[in-house]
Each structure stands twice: as C-alpha cells, then as structure tokens.
Design a protein around this ligand. Structure first.
Ligand code: MN
Length: 340
C-alpha cells in the first residue's frame, strides 16, 4: 500500500514533540556552537565557497523549530543540524546543506516554501519541497516486489538527486536515535530502512551509507540474532576496522619493496547484517565464515596480480582450498581477479 498523507508532528519517523517554550532552545551562542563543526567540515571539503547561506538557513531553522523537541528530549534543531553534518561529510554544496537544515521546517513548522525562496533562493526551496513530498509518502512494504516498486517511485518522485541524499541522511540520523521512539514504531522504521532505504543507497553507489543503515536496523529487526552474533564474534566491527588500518601500511611496504605500484588498496570489515545473511547460508556456524575482514589491491597488469598474491602469501600463508583464480577462469560476467 502506498499513499500520500499529511502527517501530524510526531507521527513520522522524526518523533517531534512540543513542550512549553523556553526550555533549552538554542539560538545565538548555542546555535553558533552547534553549527561550528558543520561549517568547519564544509570549509575543509569545499575551500573558498560561501557559507553565509548555511548560517542563514541555520538561523531560520532554529527559529522555526523553537519549542520543539526530539523524543529523546533534545531540542529539535539538533536533528536538522545532524542531517546537515552528514551531507556536509558527503562533500555536498551550500544549497544542499542549507536545504538539509530546513528539511523538516515546511512539514512541522510555520515556515513555508515562499519564505525559504525569499531568504535562500529557488534551488534551496525546491530541494526542501522535494524532501517534504517524500516525507508524506507512507508505505507498507511486506513483499520484496513492493519494496522494489517503492524504491523506483522514490527515485522518480525526487526530481533532484539532492533530495534523495538529504532523505538518506535524514534516515541515517533517525536510525541513530531510534531507541528514543516507542517499540512498534522502531520496528516499522527499521523494516522500512532495511527494505527501502539501505538498498536504495546501495544502488546510488553509497555502499558505506547502505551498510551503516542495515547495521543500525539489524538489532531492531533481529534482536536475538544480533545478541548471538555480538557474543560469538571474537572481534567486533570497530576492532576489525582498526586492525585493517594497522595492516594496510604493511601491505603497502611489501608491495613497494617488490617494486609494485598498486592503483588502489582498500579494505572493509564485514558488517553484522551482512554477516547474518551469510550465517543463514552456513547453518549459523560462525567457524565457517571467512572474510570478516577483506583487502582489495588493484594493480596494472596480470603479472603484477600474480606477483602480489605471492607477496601476500609470504606475509600470511593461504588457507588450503580458499584460493580462487578468476583470471585463468573468469566469471561468466567477465569478472577477473585473484581471491585468497
Ligand atoms: Mn527529519
């Protein structure tokens, strides 16, 4: 079922509540303090670009959300500020950051699109309008087929890709603060995240964001399995990422000594949600799971590829039966590489 509805404040995923005004409402110094990290990252990512519109949008959003609070008890402005922080981290431009700051203003406050247009121009207004329209979309996806249709609809409705990015950043922050919402709502939002937004982020090429969304949804959807995985794993996600950062220079050094100049070395630690999917295939036997950490090394030639494998095996002896030569035997889609 898909329908367009007008949500009352507090009905949507944002969990807004209203309390008597005058309770810890940021403005002036408080606002400057909240905005400072966003501006710092923005200037680092996009040196020399104007920030006046971001400051103006922040002031407008803070005034509009005055007296509103998150379910967690924090002043509401902390949410659009966090969403602005996420899109800033993604390296997006000032109009997008400004729109992120105002993304809930039209739906939940007295601010309207004409006001945003007057203060910040038609681009910001149209992006905010796009996010507002997506927020009014309510769906209930019980089937995979339905989820695919909804994802296509979201893409079609968001005339501007910036709208989708703000919506995904909005969802990411709402997932991070999901524990403050009542349980039935947690479940519905986590389900939607897993079926709609995480795959959407993946298809848009944002694998890290997608993985983060899935991992945030996972404990709400499979609490028992989540606890079991956490207790069964010797090394948790963050520790595995740290381990990989320590190992990377070792790989670089060994390749350098062999005079191999890799085009790219990157790594990933397997996330809990994807580990769970894999465990289902292996009768929940965690000892059968490989690839909790992974390195990818891209080199120029086939010769260097085999040479690199040799260097890696000198550092870490291979597991019998776990080496795959997709260069000699490419996958049907043409994929060629060596796995160990
Ligand atoms: Mn929001």
């Amino acid at each position: 079922m898909v329908s367009l509805v007008r949500l009352a404040p507090g009905e949507g995923e944002d969990g807004v509540t209203t309390r008597p005004p005058g309770l810890g409402v940021p403005g002036g110094d408080d606002l400057a303090e909240l905005l400072e990290p966003v501006l710092r990252t923005f200037t680092a990512r996009r040196p020399g670009e104007e920030t006046a519109s971001i400051v103006r949008a922040a002031e407008m959003a803070a005034a509009a959300h005055e007296g509103q609070f998150r379910q967690s008890g924090e002043p509401y402005i902390t949410h659009p500020m966090a969403v602005a922080g996420i899109v800033t981290d993604l390296g997006l431009d000032a109009p997008t950051v400004a729109a992120a700051l105002l993304h809930d203003a039209v739906e939940d406050t007295q601010v309207d699109l004409e006001g945003i247009d007057r203060a910040l121009g038609p681009v910001v207004a149209s992006v905010v309008d796009g996010v507002t329209k997506l927020d009014r979309l309510q769906f209930d996806s019980k089937e995979e087929q339905q989820a695919a249709t909804i994802r296509k609809m979201l893409v079609a409705m968001a005339s501007d890709w910036r709208v989708l990015l703000i919506k995904l950043a909005d969802r990411l922050h709402n997932m991070k603060t999901l524990s403050a919402l009542p349980t039935p709502k947690q479940k519905r939002i986590a389900e939607e995240t897993m079926e709609i937004y995480a795959p959407l982020a993946y298809r848009l090429g944002m694998q890290r964001l997608s993985g983060e969304l899935e991992d945030l949804a996972f404990p709400y959807l499979y609490p028992t399995e989540y606890k079991w995985i956490i207790n069964s794993l010797k090394y948790h996600y963050d520790e595995r990422v740290k381990y990989l950062s320590r190992v990377k220079p070792m790989v670089e050094k060994a390749l350098d000594e062999a005079d191999i100049k890799p085009l790219l070395i990157d790594f990933r630690a397997k996330r809990y949600s994807s580990l769970y999917k894999k465990l289902l295939k292996y009768d929940m036997d965690i000892s059968k799971i490989y690839g909790l950490v992974a390195f990818r090394i891209i080199v120029d030639t086939v010769e260097e590829c085999y040479a690199t494998l040799g260097i890696i095996h000198k550092l870490w002896p291979p597991l019998p039966g776990r080496i795959k030569d997709y260069i000699a035997m490419p996958k049907p889609n043409g994929y060629r590489s060596l796995h160990t």
